[in-house]
Design a protein around this ligand. Structure first.
Ligand code: FAD
Length: 494
């Protein structure tokens, strides 16, 4: 294995983690990254003393991070020190009502009981069952490779799928526990993290809030991009060669194998193994010779996209927590507009990240680096020209909503603005349709064996790691995909 040369396309979290796993086994690894810095959707923006996490901001499921860091010969606690966030996020319903989704049991109890008497006990049941589902899903669905259809579709797994409640909608399931709409929303909205419609997702996804409340959340000192930095440092220390500003233009094939890549500068580079970390549907469409699979991928269901504003503010607002979710009065209509009409409602729900209160290095003293994320539909032929208008509507609405929340002077304190639209995700990172939460949606027919595999069916030495292959999207799952991909390569090349 010592002399096997691996090329990895893309230095996102999954590309970097795969490079470490393989370099530790003696492979000679090069990463080609199109952008000036590693990180992809876990990248960073620095401006005028402000620091913004470009995409990922919430550090959830520390158990998965710990498992993969161990596998990579790293230590989560030593390599990535952080601050615990007992109040994971603040759910803001309107000018007066909010709920801190908290791992502080007494505080959570007080808030839940005030909203709906008896609901704390129900929440305990909901979380205990959801966390069991999470553990089952990790063990049997998300945390392993499926080599054959039979590994996935068998009697044992059919029983498992029933235990994972894939036959019940999350929205119906949550109604068995709570009657108050605030609580039903508080325990389902997390489905949007993986680009899923909370109204349509299966009850399996109750594992998300359950994992949050069971394992808690932390914030790495220096922001989420620290994950990328520590992976990058480890990779370089193992001799991985990382070339940024280096775009792969095509993957070279020879019958049933891939033989190397051609870069945008037309140079050719040979490899024994290629791992594509770039978004999988894009790789099939743009980097490989045309084929049926690419058309099939086109027809899959895609996750939602996001309009993101990064604002450098010369003021801090104590009204906000570290993570905040501002729900719109017409939450359901908002979801329908995203998932059914691939657009954005005029009064969207949105998320705000204001990290400087926890990590003073995020902004100059007394100031704030605020990131606003509005989930929106993904790009399609019908909406290509709408985004500038939606950006304007979204911006005005967010500011008006924040003013109602008491941030009256926010607009005059915005020193600068950086905005990402669905097209930006597509052009900057090559994420198909700008579907940043996994591109291919996580419905049950697109998970496990049915998710695009981490090994190409025809080209036997071409592998995939990242959010659009198994097991799915979000930094923890993407780390897991690197572990599974490298295990598959090690099995094949032993
Ligand atoms: C707005 C937003 C919010 C999010 N919030 C969270 C969150 O709170 N918590 C969480 O865990 N996750 C979150 N996520 C998801 C998380 O960021 C992603 O799941 C994860 O970063 C994806 O990593 P990846 O390695 O799969 O892919 P990417 O990060 O997309 O990396 C792929 C890399 O390939 C490169 N590339 C593409 N084409 C080429 C080419 N031809 N040649 C060379 N290089 C190429 C790209 O430039 C990129 O660097 C969020 C994402 C977004 C966008």
């Amino acid at each position: 294995m010592k002399h096997k040369r691996v090329i990895i396309i893309g230095a996102g979290v999954a590309g970097l983690a795969t490079s470490i796993a393989l370099a530790r086994q003696g492979f000679k690894v090069s990463i080609f990254e199109k952008n000036p810095e590693a990180g992809g959707r876990c990248g960073i923006i620095r401006r005028e003393g402000h620091r913004f996490d470009l995409g990922a901001t919430i550090f959830l499921m520390p158990g998965i991070y710990r498992e993969v860091f161990d596998y990579l010969g790293m230590s989560l606690d030593k390599d990535l020190p952080g601050t615990d966030l007992p109040d994971i996020y603040r759910l803001i319903y309107n000018e007066t009502d909010f709920l801190d989704f908290s791992t502080n049991e007494a505080y959570l109890k007080e808030q839940l009981e005030k909203t709906e008497p008896g609901s704390y006990k129900q929440a305990q049941k909901y979380v205990a069952t959801g966390y069991k589902m999470y553990q089952l899903a990790m063990e049997h669905l998300l945390g392993k490779n499926f080599y054959r259809l039979f590994d996935f579709v068998n009697l044992k797994n059919l029983r498992l799928l029933a235990a994972l409640k894939i036959h019940i909608r999350h929205q119906q399931y949550v109604a068995r526990f709570f009657t108050h709409s605030y609580l039903k929303t508080a325990f389902t909205f997390q489905n949007i993290y993986v680009g899923q419609n909370p109204l349509k997702a299966p009850a399996l996804f109750s594992m998300l809030p359950a994992a949050e409340l069971s394992e808690g959340s932390l914030f790495p000192a220096g922001g989420m991009h620290r994950i990328v930095e520590v992976l990058r440092e480890k990779a370089l220390s193992l001799g991985v060669e990382l070339q940024c500003n280096t775009e792969v233009q095509s993957i070279l094939t020879d019958k049933n194998r891939v033989s190397g890549v051609q870069l945008a500068d037309q140079s050719l580079h040979e490899a024994d193994i290629i791992v594509a970390n770039a978004d999988l549907p894009y790789v099939y469409k743009e980097l490989l010779p045309p084929g049926r699979k690419s058309k099939q991928l086109e027809r899959k269901s895609y996750s939602c996209s996001a309009i993101v504003f990064h604002w450098g503010l010369d003021k801090q607002y104590p009204q906000l927590g570290h993570h905040n979710v501002l729900l719109s009065a017409d939450y359901k209509k908002g979801l329908e507009t995203i998932f059914k009409h691939n657009s954005m409602s005029n009064e969207p729900s949105f998320y705000i990240h204001t990290p400087a209160r926890t990590d003073a290095t995020a902004a100059p003293e007394g100031q704030e680096s605020m990131t606003v994320i509005i989930p929106v539909g993904h790009l399609d032929e019908s909406n290509r020209d709408q985004w500038q208008q939606l950006k304007q509507i979204g911006r005005e609405y967010v500011i008006a909503r924040l003013q109602k929340q008491g941030l009256n002077d926010i607009e005059e304190h915005i020193k600068f603005e950086i905005c990402y639209l669905p097209q930006t995700w597509q052009s900057l990172l090559h994420v198909c349709k700008g579907s940043v939460f996994g591109s291919i949606n996580h419905n049950i027919l697109q998970m496990g064996y049915f998710r695009p595999h981490n090994k190409h069916a025809r080209y036997k030495n071409l592998y995939f790691a990242g959010g659009s292959t198994h097991p799915g999207n979000g930094v923890p799952l993407v780390l897991l995909s690197a572990k599974l991909c490298s295990q598959r390569i090690l099995k094949d090349f032993k």
